[in-house]
Ligand binder design. Structure first.
Ligand code: CTP
Ligand code: CA
Length: 226
């Protein structure tokens, strides 16, 4: 890890990182969530702070400890809509957004305002869900020329094809493609492939999420100075 020890290359930069899973309420006591641990996003936030950046970590459900660092501001959001509002607000004053959060794709068409009760006659329950807004796409659409937007792509199959599609459809500068068919959730290690708008594809070997975080930020920094 030492060879990655950089000076404060991200000094004067403000970086927003999202981490963990969003929760979409079903009723006052239940929600739809996902298996994201928050480890990757938190590693990125920590690495960015070590490299001198001012960091805003916007997080949902996480199963690992949050960083305690004076350079990292922490903001909790629950639903994808709350996360979108917060990300948009903060991105207006920032240089980079890294969307490592696992954002829900669906939410309740209408959240029940009372706890849904079981009925004796009721063997099944149908929930009507509607699509959430795509935070990455919304933000990338309105970004300024100097701003950089990085997304992830979680895939179980056709990794490159699907990741390329996300790169173009979402308008991100970089996509970090991640094979989630082997359980990466909560793991310390990961294997990612970086895709850029110019068509470059970099397949990285399996490494710890901490090292991936550092390498990704060095990559982002080079990208900003090219
Ligand atoms: N993302 C987002 N807002 C959403 C859904 C996803 O900003 N409502 C972001 C994620 O944080 C990630 C990227 O989009 O950086 C890709 O997420 P992923 O779940 O892999 O792709 P989706 O576009 O949601 O498509 P699918 O889940 O169907 O593969
Ligand atoms: Ca998704």
């Amino acid at each position: 890890e030492n060879f990655l020890q950089q000076e404060e290359i991200l000094k004067d930069k403000t970086i927003i990182v999202t981490a963990g899973g969003t929760e979409e309420a079903i009723d006052p006591v239940r929600f739809i969530g996902n298996r994201s641990s928050g480890k990757m996003g938190i590693s990125i936030a920590q690495a960015a702070a070590e490299m001198g950046a001012k960091v805003k970590l916007i997080y949902g459900n996480v199963t690992v400890a949050l960083p305690q660092d004076e350079k990292i501001e922490l903001y909790h959001t629950a639903s994808s809509e709350e996360m979108l509002t917060k990300v948009k607000h903060e991105f207006a004053k920032s240089d980079v957004l890294i969307m490592a959060a696992a954002v829900a794709d669906w939410k309740m068409a209408k959240v029940a305002d009372h706890k849904l009760k079981k009925q004796a006659y009721q063997a099944t329950l149908k929930l009507t869900l509607v699509k959430t807004k795509d935070i990455l796409r919304e933000v990338a659409k309105h970004k300024n020329p100097g701003q950089l937007v990085v997304g992830f792509a979680a895939e179980t199959n056709d990794l490159l094809k699907n990741a390329e599609k996300k790169l173009h459809e979402k308008g991100a500068d970089l996509i970090v493609a991640n094979d989630v068919s082997q359980n990466v959730f909560g793991n310390d290690n990961d294997k990612v492939t970086i895709l850029k708008q110019d068509g470059t594809i970099d397949e990285w070997p399996e490494m710890s999420k901490k090292v991936i975080a550092k390498k990704l930020l060095i990559y982002v920094n080079n990208f900003m100075h090219k």
